[in-house]
Design a binder for this molecule. Structure first.
Ligand SMILES: [Zn+2]
Length: 435
């Protein structure tokens, strides 16, 4: 790699793994002391026969039950509006956010001033890891509303001293105009939206490689670590693509570094991570895929303890060329355990399909319909291309890449240009239809 490596906190990020574990243990003890008034976690651990006060090291967490998103939603339904999830009296809280609720009831999440400072610190690692500095102008293109990613991305940019433009209430054309006029150097949005903005720019005759944007940080869905998606975004923008992972309830827990080595860092200064077998719940080692479990260490007001994210990852502690000792996940978040599709005995995740389709630049947009025929999943891909001739060529390339990569046959159908939906936040290109 070239150039100086940028750290948010070099001393912490380059500690030995033993020293990191010591730091995590100390912060875990502090958190457990703070949680004495937290009824949800106190009752949950007592029901499992454990006192939170006896959790003094990361390995002690293994004796506690997992926490699931459904459990948190049920808690807020049973004890509206926030559940018994708050550690402190309500007056201590200042920030209200909620999830989009695309997979059910929205989850509400509150932060105190201390927890908010923790969020901005976590974003500090994300920005500095990508080499963002106080001379940069960050353009944030998330939806404006009660969703936390927009607000934390802005607060995080301010925290590291960068100027930040909110593109929250704008349409795509206004966003393009603003980021060009104001010479934004960093774009923050979802991978899906980076590609969508590029398509809008093409339609307007704007060459995105000319503006000042030098890098993008893409959060909210798997994508920015998928080789073909990454390449498509970098080609369109002429700017390095950095992956980032986080969630409303858990925090900004992973970031990409300038080494761009195909794996992103887990922030082990602010979180404790486990990877488990999704079926048995047992811990699994490096090199195997499993469900990521998170405990955050700096959000005592409303923490998550042993939280099952449902994100499928593969852990590695191999040293990264950037010099950080934080563990990494290979290829970013690989998908969600509950999104798995089985086509003729082959297990596929939407992210893997997305990557293959993005490997065919003739495809502007697509949609995948999954139907179950005689107990097996069948895939039908609808793709948008410029014309009939380019459809023939795109279909040929797609058929070939699915056969080569997964030994499966796929059905491809043409959709007229501009007919498929476009997405601003997380895409919903995969549709399961009842048969
Ligand atoms: Zn690194």
């Amino acid at each position: 790699m070239t150039g100086a490596v940028n750290f948010y906190n070099r001393e912490v990020e380059t500690r030995s793994r033993d020293e990191l574990r010591t730091l995590q243990d100390r912060r875990l003890r502090e958190l457990m002391r703070e949680l004495t008034p937290n009824r949800f976690y106190q009752e949950k651990s007592r029901a499992a026969g454990i006192e939170l006060a006896r959790i003094t090291r990361a390995e002690d967490l293994l004796s506690l039950p997992f926490t699931t998103k459904q459990e948190l939603i049920d808690e807020q339904t049973g004890h509206p509006p926030f559940g018994r999830l708050l550690t402190y009296p309500l007056w201590r809280y200042r920030y209200f956010h909620q999830t989009s609720g695309t997979t059910g009831r929205p989850l509400k999440w509150l932060d105190t001033e201390e927890s908010w400072n923790w969020w901005t610190r976590c974003w500090g690692y994300v920005y500095r890891g990508a080499g963002v500095n106080s001379e940069d102008i960050v353009f944030c293109a998330f939806s404006f509303g009660p969703y936390i990613s927009h607000w934390t991305a802005i607060a995080g940019a301010w925290h590291i001293g960068a100027m930040c433009i909110s593109g929250g209430g704008m349409n795509s054309e206004q966003r393009l105009q603003s980021l060009i006029d104001n010479r934004a150097t960093v774009l923050v949005c979802t991978a899906t939206y980076a590609l969508h903005l590029a398509e809008v720019a093409r339609g307007l005759g704007i060459d995105l490689r000319a503006p000042a944007v030098r890098l993008g940080i893409y959060a909210g869905e798997p994508g920015a670590s998928l080789p073909n998606v990454k390449r498509a975004i970098e080609d369109a923008w002429g700017a390095t693509c950095f992956d980032h992972a986080g969630a409303t309830e858990a925090g900004a827990w992973a970031f990409d570094c300038e080494a761009q080595a195909g794996a992103i860092h887990l922030n082990e200064a602010e979180f404790i991570f486990e990877v488990i077998d999704p079926e048995s719940g047992e811990s699994i080692g490096e090199g195997e895929r499993g469900d990521l479990v998170i405990t955050n260490l700096g959000r005592a007001g409303m923490p998550v303890i042993r939280y099952r994210t449902g994100d499928l990852v593969e852990l590695t502690t191999e040293p990264c060329p950037c010099g950080r000792s934080f563990a990494r996940i290979k290829g970013g978040v690989l998908g969600r355990a509950d999104d798995m599709i089985i086509v003729r005995g082959v297990n596929l995740y939407p992210s893997a399909i997305d990557d293959l389709i993005r490997g065919v630049p003739l495809v502007f947009e697509y949609e995948v319909e999954i139907s179950r025929v005689a107990g097996m999943d069948e895939l039908l891909m609808r793709i948008e291309t410029a014309d009939a001739a380019s459809f023939e060529e795109a279909a040929r390339q797609l058929t070939h890449s699915f056969r080569t990569a997964h030994s499966i046959r796929v059905n491809v159908e043409h959709s007229p240009a501009g007919s498929l939906p476009r997405y601003e936040f997380k895409s919903r290109r995969f549709k399961r239809i009842a048969t």
